[in-house]
Structure formats: structure tokens, C-alpha cells
Design a protein around this ligand. Sequence first.
Ligand code: HEM
Length: 212
Amino acid sequence: MSAHKSQYIERYNTAERLNHWVTAITFILLILSGFSLFHPALFWLTNLFGGGPWTRILHPFIGVVMFGSFASLALRFWHHNILSKNDIQWLKQIPDVIQNFEDRLPEVDRYNAGQKLLFWTMIATIPTLFITGIIIWQPWFTPWFPRNVDRFAVLLHALCAFIMSTGIIVHVYAAIWVKGTMRAMVRGTVERAWVKKHHPGWYKRLEQGRDH
Ligand code: HEM
């Protein structure tokens, strides 16, 4: 008789989930405070943070927390996000991905190529947001830099914020769209059937005891 297999498989431990949700919550606070300072039409959002001056004071500090939290997340997950040959093929078959023809796609490991590309987009934009944020942090750091560097930094800051938040919208959409994914970050576990269907390569490694 075969040994009983549990219905669920652990995907994230408590520390990983805590780290993820600190990053996600600070991200939402940054988007709200950042947008409220970006355009007068959105200034009303500053009410959420105790008015204009408080929003301006808090935004960079929340940014520092998010950068630190993301750095820790990135250290935990970078090695799962290296692109493989299968991933390149997966990207070439994006129409099959969109149309849910999962059986036509090359074997996906722990993460698919879309998740991996998003990870590297965050790696490129979050440190840039941090550096440009420091440069435009008046009155503390801006005077350290040559004149007009801060003007370029403001532009780059807004551009990276746009790219990153668009990426996170896709990230959240995919997390909801692929049924059974949210529980990975809420409970830490996923259903065995979810792993077999969406991550057969990872499933094989788990079966062989080769997960790391
Ligand atoms: C705001 C709401 C967010 C939701 C609902 C959400 C949801 C999720 C879910 C369900 C997973 C698990 C996916 C899987 O195991 O296949 C995940 C993974 C992950 N999330 Fe989020 N997330 C959010 C925000 C963020 C933010 C702001 C960041 C970073 C700036 C982030 C970075 C990550 C990373 C690095 C992973 C691991 C995947 C990888 O290494 O490629 N998430 N998220």
C-alpha cells in the first residue's frame, strides 16, 4: 500500500510570508503617498497620512523600510528566478499562456518565466527608486549632489515608480487569476494538484527530494 500523501505542500514559511507582506503593505502606502504628491488632482489622498506635510515627511521613511524589506525578500528568492532554456521557450509561447493551453508549454519549475521577469523588473526598479529617492530627499541629502542631478533623479523616480507599480498590478492580477495561488502567501501551502498543474518541474524535484 502506498504511503499517505498530504493534500498540501509547503511553499513559503512564516518568515518568508511576513517578509512578503511587509513589502506589500509598504508598497501600497508608497503608491498612495507617492501618487498624492505626484499630481494636484490626487492631493486629496494626503488626508490618509495626516495632510500634505506629513505625507511628504512619511513617504521617504516608508520607502527606506520597503527597500530593506525587499532586499531581504530578494536575497531569499533570487536563486529561484534564474531564467532557463524552458523559460525562453515559455516566453515564445505567450499566446498559449494567455489562452490557458498549459499542456503545450515546456515544463515549469518553481516559478514560471513571467514571475521571473517580474522579479528582475523589481530588482532593477526598487534600488533605482531608493537611490533617486535619497537624491531628492530634501533638505537632508539633496545638497550633497551636484546641482540639477536632483531634477534628473525626480524623473527617473517617477518612471521607475510607474514601471514597478504596473508590474505589481500584473503580479496581483496573476496571483488572483491562477486559482489556488493566494493561499501560498496567506497560508504558506498550496494544493498538490496546483503544483502538478502549474509547476510540474518543481513537483518532480519535490518527489525526488531535490528541492532546495
Ligand atoms: C500588493 C499585493 C500583493 C499580493 C496580493 C501578492 C501576492 C503574491 C503571491 C500570491 C505570491 C506567491 C506566488 C507563487 O508562489 O507562485 C507572491 C510571491 C512573491 N511576491 Fe507578491 N504580492 C503582492 C505584492 C508584492 C510586492 C509589492 C512585491 C515586491 C516589491 C512582491 C514580491 C514578491 C516576490 C519576490 C514573490 C516570490 C516570487 C518570486 O520570487 O518570483 N509582492 N506574491
